[in-house]
Design a protein around this ligand. Structure first.
Ligand SMILES: [Mg+2]
Length: 208
């Protein structure tokens, strides 16, 4: 079974997320941060990211982020070249395919309304489906449970060190992709099975 992270892995929401953080921090705290500071927590739940920015204002940051993010999703979200083709090819080969994201279901639906996925996923796990979240293995464990898959037959693909940590904690193989938020060094530090630079390379790795 092949499970994918969504943001920065299957869909290019990197600019949408960066700009949403920038907006919320400016509106609520009146501060600007470097892109690196803005993006450091991407991959963990949004509210936790906001608590890291300001424990006192986390709720207001969270709501300000979501309002702006939802209003701008259709404008800023993009596809990654070759990703839909990769997903369709894996489906043709009979792989079971799923999404495991820390996003809330309403935000996932909004993203897919703007850019519909090329297949019907076998499983979709959002933040509502588990009590603990990446880098904890629980979201991946819920996905495997739903499809009756074992860790040994499951690989998780993501652009963040938190994705790779979650995969390893669940006993799955992990593959890092460099087209999202985090660079190769940050991914290499987690010792994934492979690190790939484009969807064509990912397809080769998955079909050996
Ligand atoms: Mg991601």
């Amino acid at each position: 079974m092949v499970l994918f992270d969504l943001d920065g892995t299957v869909l290019d929401t990197v600019e949408l997320i960066r700009a949403s953080h920038e907006h919320a921090l400016r509106e609520v705290l009146g501060v600007t941060m470097t892109d690196e500071e803005l993006m450091a927590g991407i991959g963990i739940p949004l509210l936790e990211q906001m608590e890291q920015f300001s424990a006192d204002n986390a709720d207001e940051l969270f709501h300000t982020y979501r309002t702006w993010n939802h209003a701008n999703t259709a404008r800023l979200i993009q596809r990654y070249d070759g990703m839909d083709e990769l997903i369709l090819e894996l489906e043709r080969e009979g792989a079971r395919l799923g999404i495991v994201t820390s996003k809330m279901l309403d935000a996932v639906d909004l993203a897919w309304k703007a850019l519909p996925p090329p297949i019907v996923w076998d499983v979709v796990i959002t933040i509502e489906d588990s009590t603990r979240h990446k880098p904890h293995p629980e979201p991946l464990q819920v996905a495997m449970e739903r499809l009756g898959a074992t860790p040994a037959e499951t690989v998780y693909i993501g652009d963040s060190p938190f994705d790779l940590q979650a995969a390893h904690a669940a006993g799955c193989d992990a593959i890092g992709v460099t087209w999202g938020v985090f660079d190769r060094d940050a991914l290499a530090a987690e010792s994934p099975l492979e690190i790939v630079d484009d969807p064509a390379e990912l397809l080769r790795v998955l079909t050996v």
